[in-house]
Design a binder for this molecule. Structure first.
Ligand SMILES: [Zn+2]
Length: 82
């Protein structure tokens, strides 16, 4: 069976992360990596904007109330602002 998972098997260094493009949009340098079990927990580079969108989508999926979601995202944006 062909390998379906994408991304890196080993966690990249910060320098390596900054040198890669975002897997989702491909437009910006990556800022972090994300991983999920369905993708064999591989490390996938993601830019700040896409990371914020991913975090928002995850909170929505978990049915966090709108007020808490917005408060969490404000705090996350502040904490991770470049
Ligand atoms: Zn992106």
């Amino acid at each position: 069976m062909p390998r379906l998972a994408f991304g890196l098997e080993k966690r990249p260094t910060h320098r390596q992360i900054w040198e890669m493009r975002c897997f989702r949009c491909g437009a910006k340098p990556s800022y972090a990596t994300w991983s999920i079990c369905a993708n064999d927990n591989r490390h996938v580079p993601i830019c700040h904007e896409c990371d914020v969108a991913l975090n928002r989508a995850a909170l929505r999926f978990m049915r966090v109330s709108k007020a808490r979601l917005e408060a969490l995202m404000r705090r996350y944006r502040r904490r991770t602002a470049a």
